[in-house]
Design a binder for this molecule. Sequence first.
Ligand code: ADP
Ligand code: MG
Length: 288
Amino acid sequence: SIPLGFFGGIGAASRSGILIKGSNYLEALNDVKVVVFDKTGTLTKGQFKVTGIYPSGGKSKDELLRTAAYAESHSNHPIAESIRTAYGEQISKEAISNYNEISGHGIEVTIEGKTVFAGNARLMEREGIAYEVPEQSGTVVHIAVDHQYEGYLVIADEVKEDSLQAIQRLKKLGIRKTVMLTGDASAVAEDVGKQLGVDEVHAELLPQHKVEAIEKLDRDKSPREKIIFVGDGINDTPVLARADVGIAMGGLGSDAAIEAADIVIMTDEPSKIAVAIGIAKRTRAIVW
Ligand code: ADP
Ligand code: MG
């Protein structure tokens, strides 16, 4: 039977906007020593804004932005939303066919009969398309039409106000290591990691690399110590399942992430992880 104290702990957590799916997860929080975060939407707001448009090969800014918005018309990635917002005009969906979202890379799509690629440097390299190296820091979306490079857009996200506090509180609770994993570019990831004081940053990861990163962290620690992974995206589901305690940010999170998680934070505040660990410690003090 489950000791009564656990129900008290789960109830206290739920009143703080933290949904714990079983007393075993509340108990496991006591032994967490490593906390691994996804970047976009977890430590950052996940609300991107287009901050620069750099056409190439004689195209205008308007033309480049239009191509990008058409390419991103079917995507629900926060990058895509920011591009559609910057474009601001109606998109004729009948111009678009063969839409294909390539995980960790971007989009391949046919627009008005032309093959368009919109995505990161890795996508351009995969397609053998020579691209420009950006002047401005930020997340970059390169555009190519029929394998001709047409330029790039720079997109910026902001760190959540709550994230710095989240990292600091975890350290005070005796968390040995904080880690950030992201598919985004190294320069962007390093910048966010420095702002927040995250111990380890791993960037330019494909979804399966995130699972491998958790497995490596698992091997490098003592068996008693537990690992949390905190994420919000559809791509994060395998990582949520692999961690000892998978936590989904429910505010922005995808249904798949909420389903796969052991704990759901109903707000967008990563500091709630420290709140949950605090509740776990008080619950253990009562139960044992
Ligand atoms: P994160 O780990 O930050 O959640 P994702 O795995 O969602 O990142 O995406 C990794 C990278 O793949 C993005 O930073 C971007 O460069 C590229 N990418 C993914 N989806 C898109 C898209 N719809 N349009 C352009 N680029 C994309
Ligand atoms: Mg993500």
